[in-house]
Ligand binder design. Structure first.
Ligand SMILES: *Cc1c(COP(=O)(O)O)cnc(C)c1O
Length: 366
């Protein structure tokens, strides 16, 4: 494993010889969607046993050459992160809690037997890419540049053991406005599949978790729902999270509950930020297990008034309907609730530099 104190040369910088023409980029930025368009550059840093991190470059984005025996292609030694650079009210650009992503990336690396990347290097890599491609930040309210740092095992070797060579990369994709008012509440399907078992990789942000969630998610969509929600693997009783978002429950008396982290839930940075913001708003927040049958009973009695999912991509999304083999139920009015909207607005205002950053969460880049 690489030592965190390992020295690393600064990035070699190779400007793109032919970045996308301004008009073509403007056409993309007018309607970027999510995850289909990419900026001109990427960051790449290599790691080899005995040598550590080396060859840090920021250069033109393009295909990467991999040996067909590269370990990532066979045993899925891969981890990733997701964070955004936000347009600021003052015209600048800022990252939200990038050090938290760096720390979580290293936690994922440890679980997948991969080398850790010094946290400063992770943040510097993300910063360098945002500054190189800041022209890819869409204009308009709520626009952002989505950053995807990831690491793959590149060693050509078919034996089963941790690889001895890796590559860390960062790519960027312009993202449209998720903050439009009147976003409808989503409908979710309670899956019979499980996402993560005790002792498994549920707390690591690894591609393998997502590969395993595709069939459950497709099943939810085939049944007419937007998203899937998973129960715990041991008792199939406790709510864990959605395919890629954490979940919160809001009660009539102003209490908020979110399932506790315990190795099977991904420790979301949005989840963590909302714990703090909700408490600041005078709400009582607890990390507690919450059972599916209780969820249904509380929705029926009116004890539970709102429910929402949260994550970097969509920030906060109201959950209006829940369906599963044991029947369907509606939460509150079935639409986005007041507390949900308030928490989303609070967080978005901080991310966009419209509200004071009293927690040191916002890293301005210029
Ligand atoms: C990334 C992710 C989340 C949300 O994490 P954020 O840091 O808030 O974006 C939640 N659940 C899963 C499974 C994830 O992969």
């Amino acid at each position: 494993m690489a030592s965190l104190a390992e020295p690393l040369a600064p990035f070699a910088r190779l400007d793109h010889p032919a970045p996308l023409a301004a008009e073509a980029r403007a056409a993309i930025l007018a309607n970027p969607g999510f995850g289909t368009h990419f900026s001109d550059h990427m960051v790449s840093i290599a790691w080899r046993e005995g040598q550590g991190w080396h060859d840090a470059t920021i250069g033109p984005r393009g295909p990467i050459a991999l040996d067909p025996a590269a370990a990532v292609l066979h045993y899925a030694q891969e981890i990733f992160e997701g964070l955004k650079a936000y347009a600021q009210a003052d015209g600048g650009i800022a990252l939200f809690r990038p050090a938290a992503n760096a720390a979580r990336f290293n936690a994922s690396a440890r679980r997948l037997a991969m080398p850790e990347l010094p946290e400063d290097m992770f943040v510097d890599a993300v910063k360098a890419l945002v500054l190189a491609d800041r022209g890819w930040l869409p204009g308009g309210e709520g626009a952002s540049l989505y950053l995807r740092p990831f690491m793959i095992a590149t060693e050509a070797f078919l034996g089963v053991r941790p690889a001895k060579e890796y590559r860390f990369l960062v790519i960027a994709s312009p993202a449209g406005n998720y903050f439009k008012s009147g976003t409808p509440a989503v409908s979710i399907w309670v899956s019979d599949f499980t996402r993560a078992a005790p002792g498994g990789t549920g707390a690591a942000k690894c591609g393998g978790n997502y590969a395993a969630s595709l069939v459950p998610q497709a099943e939810a969509v085939a049944r007419g729902h937007d998203q899937v929600v998973f129960l715990d693997a041991a008792e199939h009783r406790w709510i864990e999270e959605l395919g890629g978002m954490n979940v919160y429950f809001v009660f009539r008396d102003g209490r908020l509950v979110t399932p506790p982290l315990g190795g099977t839930i991904l420790p979301g940075i949005t989840r963590d930020s909302l714990l703090t913001l909700a408490r600041e708003q005078g709400l009582t927040v607890s990390e507690e297990r919450y059972a599916l049958d209780q969820w249904r009973a509380d929705a029926a009695s009116g004890e539970l008034v709102e429910c929402f999912a949260c994550g970097t991509a969509a920030v906060v999304t109201a959950i209006g309907r829940v369906a599963g083999h044991a029947g369907d139920f509606t939460i509150g009015s079935g639409g986005p609730g007041q507390i949900t909207g308030m928490l989303k607005d609070r967080l978005v205002a901080i991310q966009r530099g419209l509200a004071p950053d009293t927690h040191g969460w916002v890293m301005k880049l210029d």
